[in-house]
Structures are given as structure tokens and as C-alpha cells.
Design a protein around this ligand. Structure first.
Ligand code: HAM
Length: 426
């Protein structure tokens, strides 16, 4: 047997929960005026080297990179922001006016060590608000993320925010961090020894060396006036909207394109992989990729982690079963059953037997699929056009026409029909 690749999942039974979740997130984005963007799953490797950053763990260790038959270096996208910005530049979306508000949903690929909540093919729902340098855009983005979490029923999340400064103030902070870590260099983990030269900010979110991070210099003390004022305004907006947050100087994020605001949503009880989503501002990315200077901000949720959080809180929705199972008494009515199933499927979730089961077998399948109603079709029913409709919960039955089935199952006529039946009209 050929098995699936380590760190990937088949989504079968859970696919209904996925549909429900994606639909909810999508509706919030649409209601905030965002438009869906679908970019390819693979891109030129160069795109991620230049955006995510050559020195990051993602580019150094985690990308699925291969040469295609034309000798090009291709990478399965490890994240969604860089592809969306490439599409923004390539399709000249700025000519349509700013801001451009885009969302996306789909698989991402990172060669990480698989564990609970960490996969090699995982899925993100992401949002990018392209074009505004103002802190009100940061506030809107964070508000949107919170609305999404609340809409799916999660409320125990913790929002952590930080500012990573910009090209003016970050260099002096990097110097200060290097000076601070230098005396401990030999005691740091192997990864951090490498990160010290390549990307010293990442030392702050290393779990193994967390004890050093506690007393490390804080970026918030190194912000230039513009970055400080931006961060102060964002905090004020969040306070005004009564959004709870914690300023956490250890939130530095694993991607190089961030400037100023960064944030993460953590969820308690998810173990080591407790970040259900993260994002931030990336004012220099579009320029870095060959476009104009277009300041932007966005975030992405990990779908698998949202589902873990919903499971943890026992908030997974009860997905409704079938509305109607159509049962044929014998072979001769099967095609009529199929036609009726087709007619009713315009309004309801329906199913019909294709395995040649007898009536008992069809009824037990109807119960297994949680059908609310069954419609029984026999010779007599076909002759008269009156079908036996049964409410599977109450056991009540009616002999009714197709149009009445639609009314009853949609809930608009059950009481009415019951009354008529009592009075002897049906
Ligand atoms: P990220 O923090 O790398 O940000 O990923 C966002 C979310 O994807 C994480 O918080 C996590 O929930 C989920 N995730 C990441 N890696 C894995 C994995 N291996 N297995 C399962 N879930 C995972 C970004 O990707 C940015 N592009 C977000 C962004 C959008 N920033 C601005 N705009």
C-alpha cells in the first residue's frame, strides 16, 4: 500500500467542518469588503528568498524546492503573502485604486518536524490589506481577525502585539541585542548560534533559550519617533475598541518582511503549537519585489489549529445530516426515486439508494445518515402522485404531493398539514 507523505492529512469525515469553517471566515472577509484571490500553489523560488528572507528558517530549512523539467527552480508556497504581493504587482492592482483588500484560503508547505498542530502541508486563511500606511489599517486588520475568531465561536484567544521598528530604528536595536547576547554565545542552542549572525531577532522567540530573552533589551525602547507614534496610535485604537491585548517584545515572527506592527493570536491548551494565527505590517515588501512603495498589513490563521482550538473547547458545530432520504419499494421505482431526488435536491440535501438495498436496508441507511424525512415511492405512489412522507423523529406520516413535500420539509407547512390531517382533510 502506498501511504500518504509524513506531515500531510486526508480530510474526509472532517471535510464538513472545514467547509463550515472556511465559509464562516470567508463571509466575515466578504462583509468587510475583501475579495478572494487565488494564486498558484508553486512559484519561482526567488520570490520567497527575496520576501520571506534568505536567513529565515523557512528559506534555509523548510522549503519544498525542486527543479522543473525546464530547469527552473520552483518552490511550493510556504506562505501566502509573497505570492499575493507578486500577483498585486504583476496584475497592476494598484491601478484599480488603494486599498486593495484581498483574502485567500489554501494549502501551504513547510518541511517542519511534524507534531500535533504542525504539518508539512497545512492550510491558511489569510487576509491582506494593501496600500495604507496608517495605524487605523492595523486596527481594522486586527479587528477583522478578532471578528473571525468570534464568529467561529472561539473566545479564549490571547492577542499579543509588538512593533519591530523600521529600517531607521531596527539596526540600532539589532546592535543592542548582539551586544547583550554576546557573552552567552557559547551557551546558546546550535540554532541560535547560527541565528546570532544571520537574524539575531529570532533569538527572542527561541523556546530553548527563553531564559536569556527575559532580560534582553526591548525593541519598544529603541523605536524611532515615527514607529513609536504608529504603535501608540494602534494601542489607543485597540483600547477604544475594547480589544484586549498584551505587548510582548518576544513577538518577532519568523519572516523577514515585517516592519512596525506584528501580532499573534495564541490559544491556551494547544501545547507547543499554540499560535493559531499571526501577521503584521510589511511596508517594504512590494518595493522589494519590484513594485512601488505600497505599505500593507495582513495576517493568516492556520486552519488545522483553529480546528484543534474548536475541538479543545468542544465548539465544533453539529453538522446537519440529510433532509430527505428517498426510498423505493422495489426495482421498478428506482428511476422515479432518482427523478424525485433530483427535483428535491434543488431545495434540500437528499440521498437515494444506488446499491439495490431492500426497503428495510434503505430505512436503516436513512437513520444512519440522520435524515429528517423519508419519502417512500411504490407502484401506488407513482400512479396517484401521492407519496408517503415520514418525519423520522416523530414517526408522523403523510400522503402528499411533491409540492407539499417541499413545503413540509422546509418547515413552512408541517403544523398546517397536521391540523388539516386532524380535521380529516388529508
Ligand atoms: P505564519 O505565522 O508563518 O505567518 O503562519 C500563520 C499561521 O499558520 C500560524 O500562526 C499557524 O497557525 C499556521 N501555521 C504555520 N506553520 C504551520 C505548520 N507547519 N503546520 C500547521 N499550521 C501552521 C504567515 O504565514 C504570514 N504569511 C501571515 C501574514 C499574512 N502576514 C501578513 N500577512
Amino acid at each position: 500500500m502506498i501511504s500518504r507523505i509524513k506531515g500531510t492529512n486526508d480530510i474526509i469525515e472532517d471535510s464538513k467542518v472545514w467547509e463550515w469553517l472556511e465559509e464562516k471566515l470567508k463571509n466575515v472577509a466578504l462583509n468587510f469588503g475583501f475579495v478572494e484571490v487565488r494564486t498558484p500553489i508553486f512559484e519561482a523560488t526567488e520570490l520567497f528568498n527575496r520576501s520571506v528572507g534568505n536567513e529565515t528558517d523557512i528559506v534555509q530549512k523548510e522549503m519544498y524546492t525542486f527543479e522543473d523539467k525546464g530547469g527552473r527552480s520552483i518552490t511550493l508556497r510556504p506562505e501566502g503573502t509573497a505570492p499575493v504581493m507578486r500577483a498585486f504587482i504583476e496584475n497592476n492592482l494598484s491601478s484599480k485604486g488603494l486599498p486593495q483588500k484581498l483574502f485567500y484560503c489554501g494549502p501551504m508547505f513547510r518541511y517542519e518536524r511534524p507534531q500535533a498542530g504542525r504539518l508539512r502541508q497545512f492550510h491558511q486563511f489569510g487576509v491582506e490589506l494593501i496600500g495604507s500606511p496608517l495605524p487605523i489599517a492595523d486596527a481594522m486588520t486586527i479587528l477583522l481577525a478578532i471578528e473571525m475568531l468570534k464568529t467561529i465561536g472561539l473566545d479564549k484567544f490571547k492577542l499579543k502585539i509588538n512593533s519591530t521598528g523600521d529600517e531607521k530604528c531596527r539596526p540600532s536595536y539589532v546592535e543592542a541585542l548582539k551586544a547583550y547576547y554576546k557573552p552567552f554565545l557559547n551557551d546558546l542552542c546550535d540554532d541560535c548560534k547560527v541565528r546570532y549572525d544571520r537574524n539575531v531577532l529570532r533569538l527572542l522567540d527561541c523556546k530553548k533559550d527563553a531564559k536569556y530573552a527575559e532580560s534582553a533589551p526591548k525593541i519598544t525602547n529603541y523605536l524611532c519617533d515615527d514607529c513609536k507614534s504608529h504603535f501608540d496610535k494602534l494601542k489607543k485604537y485597540l483600547d477604544d475598541m475594547e480589544i484586549e491585548y498584551e505587548v510582548d517584545p518576544a513577538i518577532v515572527r519568523g519572516l523577514d518582511y515585517y516592519t512596525r506592527t506584528v501580532f499573534e493570536f495564541k490559544y491556551p491548551n494547544l501545547g507547543a503549537q499554540d499560535a493559531i494565527g499571526g501577521g503584521g505590517r510589511y511596508d517594504g515588501l512590494i518595493k522589494e519585489l519590484g513594485g512601488a512603495k505600497v505599505p500593507s498589513i495582513g495576517f493568516a490563521f492556520g486552519i488545522e489549529r483553529l480546528i484543534l482550538a474548536l475541538e479543545e473547547e468542544k465548539k465544533l458545530p453539529e453538522i446537519e445530516g440529510l433532509d430527505i432520504y428517498i426510498i423505493s419499494i422495489d426495482e421498478d421505482q428506482r428511476i422515479e426515486a432518482l427523478k424525485i431526488a433530483n427535483a428535491l435536491s434543488k431545495y434540500f440535501k437528499v440521498d437515494v439508494d444506488v446499491m439495490g438495498r431492500n426497503v428495510k436496508g434503505q430505512f436503516s441507511l436513512a437513520s444512519k445518515e440522520n435524515a429528517r424525512y423519508t419519502v417512500v415511492i411504490g407502484e401506488e405512489e407513482i400512479k396517484t402522485g401521492l407519496y408517503t412522507l415520514k418525519n423520522m423523529k416523530t414517526g408522523e406520516q403523510w400522503k402528499v404531493r411533491l409540492s407539499e413535500i417541499i413545503k413540509i420539509v422546509s418547515g413552512s407547512a408541517e403544523t398546517e398539514i397536521r391540523d388539516q390531517r386532524k380535521s380529516g382533510d388529508l
